[in-house]
Design a protein around this ligand. Structure first.
Ligand SMILES: Cc1cc2nc3c(=O)[nH]c(=O)nc-3n(C[C@H](O)[C@H](O)[C@H](O)COP(=O)(O)OP(=O)(O)OC[C@H]3O[C@@H](n4cnc5c(N)ncnc54)[C@H](O)[C@@H]3O)c2cc1C
Length: 509
């Protein structure tokens, strides 16, 4: 049965009524003067004719199953149609048609970006990469070629039995596409660096429909830009990931009462300072307040690249009395499944992030004086779960940022070690949006002001944890931003990926 929305779009297509036209792309080349709804409907019909079975509309089973996003805000966003290409060539055709029709688009890999419009678009077309599902390991076992429709769990399922691994998400449900384009923190990052520093080659569809390989020797500037530049430069259809031998690991989650914060933050500080001594270790220190249990706690993650139980690098943490722990020896897929099980789909979600210089006292003050009092009223909000997470950017990690020509994040060795502060608030209903977002925003403002007053603020904002109102690319610093803008001029002079793809963080002068 046709939904009301599809009926509306058909009427709009016939009448030429105007809705949300994109400045600069009004009418596209082939459809001057037509409304956005009419153009997008025509585009969907055009792709439907060229690619039978790959286009779906609201109300159809395929469309419904592909509207599978982590956050409610994204799942409730409704494109006119969804297109699921099976190859880079299909994506190329779609990008050229999208330009011609002037229809807004979004690109989805794993759908874990949380705010509305990040990888789905109201009234436009969403390119869902899920059928780009290639996973092939090179004969010498050094590279894994992976389509960007995969989730990390698909990749780990293939590599674990081969005793191989790559740098990817710690929750197996995250997409291969989004995580490295923003950076990518993995269990192995202390030793190997972030995911973006371990992509040897990106196959990418450009704004003019060309399909190119971006790596250190082919399109090196584009390669730089894709290592942190998000969705601004093209649609990446395949990533060739550096691959390494990996057996079992030690890892898991350990829960503490909130009053252990002083010891845990001291331990975090020293872990970051001493990271050079043992880069095999990875750490997530996460305070959480949860309505379902009516209280707050720490749930930390300790992971170690070797199957060594409780290695010395974690002793400052493991000597603190815990409530419960799942620390064990297992494989990568198991650890990523564990995190997936604690981070389910279907809630409203909002991430925010800032970066600070390494300091124990400021973590304690942000937790006790800013975050904890602010979240207390939210313990009455249905479905509320608020986390305050600190993660390290150690000196060994920063050294890897300059690997293979360097990434775009704009962090240099003399600035480290750093701490990424990430807040995620989860709740059930739109009726609580204003209260939750206002409190979260106030916490970030106060934490920022405190850090600035103590000389502990760093301009970097981790794209993968940022909220849409935060200026990620200013945070990369003037030099990196200028270089990204130059790459944009070279590869997307008409700003197809900025103006026609409205969602997510945009690089603008
Ligand atoms: C539960 C959870 C756990 C997380 N764990 C980690 C973690 O361990 N480490 C970490 O670093 N981050 C983590 N993140 C953050 C995560 O890396 C980002 O949200 C990331 O953008 C998600 O990628 P995705 O492909 O799943 O999302 P999507 O929403 O599909 O994509 C995110 C953005 O990237 C763009 N994009 C995706 N694929 C492509 C492509 N092929 N070409 C061009 N643009 C593309 C999309 O258009 C969108 O703007 C986590 C997030 C969540 C919600």
């Amino acid at each position: 049965m046709l939904s009301i929305r599809v009926l509306f779009l058909l009427v709009a297509a016939v009448s030429g009524a105007t809705t949300n036209d994109q400045p600069g792309h009004r009418g596209g080349h082939q459809h001057p003067g037509k409304s956005q709804a009419a153009r997008c409907q025509a585009l969907c019909s055009c792709l439907d004719a060229k690619f039978p079975q790959l286009v779906s509309y609201e109300g159809q089973a395929t469309y419904i199953s592909e509207q599978n996003y982590w956050s409610q805000q994204q799942a409730n966003t409704k494109p006119v149609c969804r297109f699921t290409p099976t190859s880079a060539e299909d994506v190329s055709v779609a990008i050229k048609e999208i330009r011609d029709y002037g229809c807004p688009f979004a690109v989805k890999s794993g759908g874990h970006a949380s705010f509305q419009g990040a990888s789905n678009v109201d009234g436009g077309i969403t390119i869902d990469l899920l059928k780009l599902s290639e996973i092939n390991v090179s004969a010498d076992r050094k590279i894994t070629h992976t389509g960007t429709g995969n989730r990390w769990e698909d990749v780990y399922s293939k590599l674990d039995p081969m005793n191989l691994a790559v740098i990817g998400g710690r929750n197996g449900d995250i997409g291969v596409g989004g995580l490295p384009l923003g950076g990518g923190i993995s269990f192995f990052s202390g030793f190997h660096g972030w995911a973006c520093d371990n992509v040897q080659n990106y196959q990418v569809v450009l704004a003019d429909g060309r399909i190119v390989n971006a790596n250190q020797s082919s399109h090196p500037d584009l390669y730089f830009a894709l290592r942190g530049g998000g969705n601004n430069f093209g649609v990446v259809t395949r990533m060739d990931l550096e691959t390494f031998e990996q057996g079992l690991l030690w890892g898991g989650s350990t829960v503490y009462s909130l009053d252990k914060n002083s010891s845990l933050y001291d331990a975090f500080y020293w872990f970051n300072v001493n990271a050079k001594d043992d880069p095999n270790a990875a750490l997530i220190v996460s305070a959480a307040c949860i309505k379902a249990i009516g209280s707050c706690l720490f749930s930390n993650n300790y992971n170690y690249i070797e199957p060594e139980v409780n290695p010395p690098v974690f002793h400052n943490f493991t000597r603190v009395q815990n409530v419960t722990s799942t620390q064990r020896i297992s494989n990568l897929l198991d650890f990523t499944n564990e995190l997936k099980s604690t981070q389910p789909n279907g809630y409203r979600q909002a991430f925010f992030s800032i970066t600070l210089l390494n300091d124990a006292q400021i973590m304690k003050d942000i937790l006790n004086d800013i975050w904890y009092p602010a979240v207390q009223p939210l313990l009455k909000v249905e479905g509320f779960l608020g986390t305050l997470v600190f993660q390290v950017i150690t000196e060994p990690i920063i050294e890897k940022f300059s690997k293979a020509g360097g990434n775009a994040l704009g962090i240099t060795a003399e600035q480290g070690p750093l701490m990424v502060l990430n807040m995620d608030f989860q709740w059930n209903s739109t009726t609580d949006d204003d209260q939750v977002l206002s409190i979260e925003n106030t916490i970030i403002e106060k934490a920022t002001a405190l850090a600035k007053s103590r000389g502990l603020f760093h301009r970097y904002i981790y794209q993968n944890y940022a909220y849409i109102t935060q200026d990620v690319f200013d945070g990369y610093g003037p030099q990196s931003k200028a270089r990204l803008l130059k790459v944009q001029r070279d590869y997307d002079l008409k700003h197809v990926f900025v103006d026609l793809q409205p969602g997510y963080f945009k690089i603008r002068p």
